[in-house]
Design a protein around this ligand. Structure first.
Ligand code: TXA
Ligand code: MG
Length: 345
């Protein structure tokens, strides 16, 4: 299959380009498109065969449910069979935006989309291209991240092409995504609400509306719940994550890096602007950004993991972060990407 990449203005998407992608969605095909979080691989959420194509293209395990993307609140009524007022309030506050909420599903949503579950995860993205595509398709769009299963999520159209060239018919190229990290997934049907996957909207952001919010234990350490049980976000080389206070992170990574270096291993260090100069220049170093701008670190994370792959490193040593808010989200992804975690206090 030939994969067509079409440039699209991320702020004012050209309608004729959007219509070409929408036609594919209506015909039961799949299309990659930008959202404000990461690129998604979309299909008609009500079409079993179309959604199966997503699973095939990604190599995604059949039992991992897919998020349904909507452009209007009327579409929420189409995909959810019940909309509790408390959940509606949160949706009105945060949508469009990087928050995914769990509802009881309606018959309009394919069982393939929800992997047989009677609940459906829904989000209204804020990216103009995503909204235009959903509107022009006249249907809710099921879309996981547009990467091969297990690989870091794509934050550019080039990342999508690297993973899915020849496996999908079209990519809408709207440039780099804004957050660079997947949406926060929250289950508000339980009391207190549970964050199933931390994301750009943090526990602290949700607290004024939801009060106490729990972090799903499995999203904190090793993943097991729906979609959490698979290797995620992983670069090709093994990644060793070093967790400790800022100063001692360097003290721990440096000797490890020197050891691997002396063994002839190509070792990449994932560091920050504040620590970059503390490692020898002979080593491969990539800064995620400044520790004072953690949203930038989140935005750069997957692109940097992919960059390490391109540099063909044998090992990655990554600095951990402490702190709440978006730091929790960054650490969630780093832990999932890691093959080993080293604690250093
Ligand atoms: O930002 C995002 O959420 C991106 C963009 C494309 O919107 N999408 C994304 O999708 O990250 P995906 O498939 O890579 O991750 C969806 C997550 C998985 O962890 C999945 O298990 C969970 O949402 N999920 C989906 N449906 C669910 C459900 N009914 N109940 C609980 N978790 C669900
Ligand atoms: Mg994904």
């Amino acid at each position: 299959m030939n994969t067509v990449m079409l440039k699209v203005d991320p702020l004012n998407p050209e309608q004729n380009t959007i219509n070409k992608a929408a036609k594919l969605i209506q015909d039961g095909e799949i299309v990659a498109f930008p959202t404000e979080t990461v690129y998604g691989l979309g299909a008609d959420a009500g079409n079993d065969r179309a959604v199966r194509r997503i699973f095939e293209a990604k190599g995604r395990p059949q039992d991992n449910p897919i998020i349904v993307h909507i452009a209007t609140f009327d579409q929420l009524k189409e995909v959810a069979s019940e909309i509790p007022s408390k959940v509606a309030e949160i949706a009105y506050f945060y949508w469009p935006g990087p928050l995914t909420l769990i509802f009881k599903k309606s018959d309009r949503v394919s069982d393939v989309t929800t992997a047989g579950s009677n609940t459906v995860a829904v989000r209204m993205p804020s990216h103009p291209v995503a909204l235009a595509l959903i509107n022009a398709s006249h249907r809710p769009i099921a879309a996981p991240s547009a990467n091969l299963s297990g690989r870091p999520s794509p934050t550019t159209a080039q990342h999508v092409l690297a993973d899915l060239a020849g496996r999908i018919p079209m990519i809408l190229d709207g440039g780099a995504t804004v957050y660079g990290i997947e949406s926060t997934v929250v289950d508000v049907s339980v009391e207190p609400a549970v964050i199933l996957r931390p994301g750009p909207i943090t526990r602290e952001d949700l607290a004024p509306l939801l009060g106490e919010v729990n972090m799903h234990s499995k999203s904190v350490d090793r993943p097991v719940a729906p979609g959490m049980k698979y290797t995620h976000y992983a670069p090709k080389a093994p990644l060793i994550l070093v967790e400790s206070k800022r100063n001692s992170v360097v003290d721990k990574i440096k000797p490890l890096a020197e050891m691997y270096y002396s063994q002839g291993k190509r070792t990449g260090i994932l560091c920050t602007d504040e620590t970059f100069d503390k490692y020898p220049d002979a080593m491969i170093k990539i800064s995620l950004g400044s520790r004072f701008y953690p949203y930038t670190i989140a935005k750069n994370l997957y692109a940097c993991l992919r960059r390490m792959d391109e540099l063909e490193v044998d090992m990655i040593l990554a600095e951990g972060f402490t702190g709440d808010g978006i730091f929790e989200t960054i650490m969630n992804r780093l832990r999932k990407a890691s093959s080993r975690i080293v604690l250093n206090s």
